[in-house]
Design a protein around this ligand. Structure first.
Ligand SMILES: [Zn+2]
Length: 106
């Protein structure tokens, strides 16, 4: 199978335009978690016309009561028909899951 070239934009969910067919753009519904993370970083253009929400879950980090660590980050697209698409972009963030945040040490 021929490798599709790396897309430069994410198009609306079910787009079937020529660019999506040749792989220049990718329809939102087929976008990978990695591609959604790239869009958040501005490396892929957003042609979707869809509003996105980002949901981050933090947990207290046991040994240090004032610290917490990032558990997961999800990106949710609210489609116009009332359905949603969700991607877990946690592995593609610069902040690693399990990284501990807390008050600065002196
Ligand atoms: Zn398209």
């Amino acid at each position: 199978m021929d490798e599709k070239k790396r897309p430069i934009a994410i198009d609306p969910p079910d787009c079937g335009c020529t660019e999506c067919i040749v792989g220049e753009y990718v329809p939102l519904r087929e976008a990978s978690e990695d591609q959604i993370a790239q869009m958040l970083r501005g490396e892929l253009r957003d042609h979707t016309s869809v509003p996105f929400r980002v949901s981050a879950r933090w947990e207290l980090y046991d040994p240090h009561p004032d610290s917490q660590h990032l558990v997961s980050v999800q990106v949710i697209a609210d489609l116009w028909n009332g359905t949603t698409l969700t991607w877990d972009v946690t592995p593609y963030l610069d902040v690693l899951p399990g990284q501990v945040f807390g008050p600065p040490r002196d």
